[in-house]
Design a protein around this ligand. Sequence first.
Ligand code: COA
Ligand code: AMP
Length: 643
Amino acid sequence: MKSRYHSVYEGWLQDPAAFWAEAAKDIHWFTPPETIFDKDQGVYGRWFVGGETNTCYNCIDRHVAEGRGAERALIFDSAMTGEKRILTYDELLVEVQAVAAVLKGLGVGKGDRVIIYMPMVPEAIFSMLACARLGAIHSVVFGGFAAHELATRLDDSEAKVVISASCGLEPGRVVAYKPLLDQAVDMAKVKPDCCLILQRDQMHAVLRYEHGDMDFAQAVEAEKVKGTVVACEPVAATDPLYVLYTSGTTGQPKGVVRDNGGHMVALNWTMRNLYGVERGEAFWAASDIGWVVGHSYIVYAPLLAGNPTVVYEGKPVGTPDAGAFWRIVEEYDVKVLFTAPTAFRAIRRDDPDGDLVAKHDLSGMRALFLAGERADPETLKWAERVLKVPVVDHWWQTETGWPIAANPLGLGLLPVKHGSPTLPMPGHAIEVVDDAGHPVPAGTLGNIVIKLPLPPGCLVSFWKADERFRTACLDEFPGYYKTADAGMVDEDGYVFVMARTDDIINCAGHRLSTGAMEEVCAMHPDVAECAVIGVADALKGQIPCGFLVLKNRVERDPSLITREIVDLVRNEIGPVAAFRTVMIVNRLPKTRSGKILRGTMQKMADGLPWRMPATIDDPVILDEIGEILAKHGYSCNRQALSA
Ligand code: COA
Ligand code: AMP
């Protein structure tokens, strides 16, 4: 079948408002929008102004009202506990309504913030939807973050209520969430009124009733017994649905704000047109609700479009083996699987010949989508070979909420170029510019930017920080959104995303800021200065690597200091930082103006070609860095290219 992509993209380009007005017809509106796009509202304009809607209504009630209440809505499968649970829309409505009733009873209403700090359990999704039902704004915090990160989010969001669990389950260890939450609440300047705690059988938490703790299950059960009905609160299309904090260039995370109307319109459009699934077909985003992929494609998009969604607690490998994904795909007849390339590298490492793939009937699976980091062609080709379905690399960010570039299965696949996430999706006009903002010729590396306005579903601003949003994303290239990704567009329009232009690294599909890690290392009393860079890793894509200069006269055992610093990062940011490699150096390489040459150090560590920076202060320091890297087992490139 010839792809309809080009005609659809052209249609959008000709008349963006008409394109999105058409897509908006698939959403239920209490009051239809008066204006599809108002360029004078918000930071760069706002979508569907005047419209009133409710995201929870569109995800659940609407399906029930249309007679699909008995269909599968949410499939929960825990490889950690063996628990399996399938909920229909009718059942999901009961659960979500009960959580909404509890929140309402606690005084949560339109515009109030609720933090959700939970493992991958259905109650986490019920809680997100319950907030949406009330018009409250949720902010989900990934379970692998430590107390300090949680406290930062409590303060910034000024959350009224926190919903959490007694524990999360990681292979070989039970992660006690409650002590982390207690520490965070104690640390935070803005305390929540109440913490609702889901007690899990694997570990019960001690509730601090004097601090307003409540047992989640008991409270919800009481509302179910009462049969409390909580109607969906009509909210403006432009009202926030959620704030998702993501790594920025400092230790202070950025609260990405997503609205209700544009978000629903865009996500709903992608399910059929991009992912190629029809109503009723199971969709599985093997991610975590703490990340944007989880928000968009575990929770909202599948439920909006009427696709049963899989909520999986487990890992791609080791729970119990590299066949875990294939068991799920077969058992629930998953049509489309979406995950991060790192998960596939882990599966390939443990099952190189695809023996475990062959043990399962995957005949229903139509495609695999990969995102979150660059899909290395080797892994991609391996996945194509063992799965025998199209493997689609697609590119997006927490900020955009849905794919910027992809190969749209629903519109008909385009020819694949390995290493490229293919072409821009409608809504996104991509350009590549040099540092001065001038367009570069096809095939030339530069800054990837998106022409404003951003399409529906992208961030509208940072939480309470319009100016920070402008400075970080809009000011550098006027008229464009700066993706902070570097890459190129070739002569066929294919996009190639190569690297970040800031200090963000992607470690095992998790977005981390090396700047934030530097801030933590610098807190150690023995550290004079430090640099953290991301170095290539065969499994995780990149891992952080710290270089520390100790203060004069520090005579303590250096191995003790490095251990303390590893622990400090783990305790301040969380285990997800995967910060284990620390090297003590005498000096850091810098330019004459004092800028640390992180990029050069990274190229050396990765064994890539590099040039001696013309502005380097003392080239000998790079020799010292090379020596230390070699001592730590890096097959680094110590020789600069000749000029
Ligand atoms: N709660 C608490 N701790 C968590 C956690 C969570 N939700 N998620 C990860 N961690 C911990 C891990 O247990 C690990 O702890 P450890 O240092 O004690 O071993 C640490 O954080 C680092 O985790 P990770 O980098 O994920 O490494 P891993 O070895 O546990 O797993 C993979 C490696 C590749 C299997 C795993 O990272 C993975 O499945 N990645 C896919 C990620 C993804 O889907 N991203 C979303 C984008 S689509
Ligand atoms: P996150 O906000 O966690 O989704 O991370 C977004 C960043 O991940 C992007 O800015 C890219 O650097 C990277 N990324 C995501 N998907 C891809 C992809 N398909 N190819 C290359 N990089 C990607």
